[in-house]
Design a protein. Structure first.
Length: 194
């Protein structure tokens, strides 16, 4: 897991929280039967499948390795790829033992059976417990807009993932309550992700 500082404004809630499971020995055999033409979903999901099938590498630009903390960080993974870095396609944050917040664009076009969640690991290469998902809830106002300066960008880019069972590993992030001071433009915040 890596962390870094984000300077700016206009953050989506999923960006602030760190935005994106079944057991089984059949994932490698299943993966051998899958071709890239059969894979559908958001670009991050397709990229994870492509990296795995083409034996590519995962690259992180910038950031610093985390040695402790950040127990809320989770990895959304492609279930038929063996656990680890290759299966990761988006990050999220544990907000309760049963719920994960992530970016809406990470779940676009996917069903609950299309993803698994790994929680409580600092490194994606470590032995990961994968949790199955019972529901995906993308903000009903999620859509894309285009701006001459920003190009195409998501609006209401937030979603929730409901787990079938409580995440035993990991610790939910503390959410900002309505009584606390709000972030102002130009605030420096820390973000984390794999």
């Amino acid at each position: 897991m890596f962390k870094g500082r984000f300077y700016g404004f206009g953050l989506s809630a999923a960006m602030v929280f760190g935005v994106a499971l079944g057991q089984g020995g059949t994932t490698a055999a299943l993966a051998d039967e899958v071709s890239l033409r059969e894979i559908h979903g958001p670009q991050e999901y397709i990229n994870a499948a492509r990296r795995y099938l083409e034996h590519g590498t995962f690259k992180i630009v910038g950031g610093k390795p985390v040695t402790s903390g950040h127990a809320w960080q989770v990895s959304l993974q492609v279930p038929w790829i063996p656990p680890g870095q290759s299966a990761h396609f988006c990050g999220g944050s544990l907000i309760s033992p049963m719920w994960v917040v992530t970016a809406g664009h990470c779940l676009e076009g996917l069903k609950a059976t299309d993803i698994v969640v790994s929680a409580g690991a600092l490194h994606l290469g470590s032995a990961l417990h994968r949790l199955t998902v019972s529901g995906l809830y993308v903000h009903r106002g999620f859509h894309y807009e285009t701006d001459i300066v920003a190009g195409r960008y998501p609006v209401n880019d937030i979603a929730l993932v409901r787990l079938f069972e409580p995440a035993g590993a990991g610790k939910p992030i503390s959410l900002q309550s309505s009584g606390t001071q709000r972030l102002r433009q130009g605030s420096i915040i820390e973000v984390s992700g794999y």
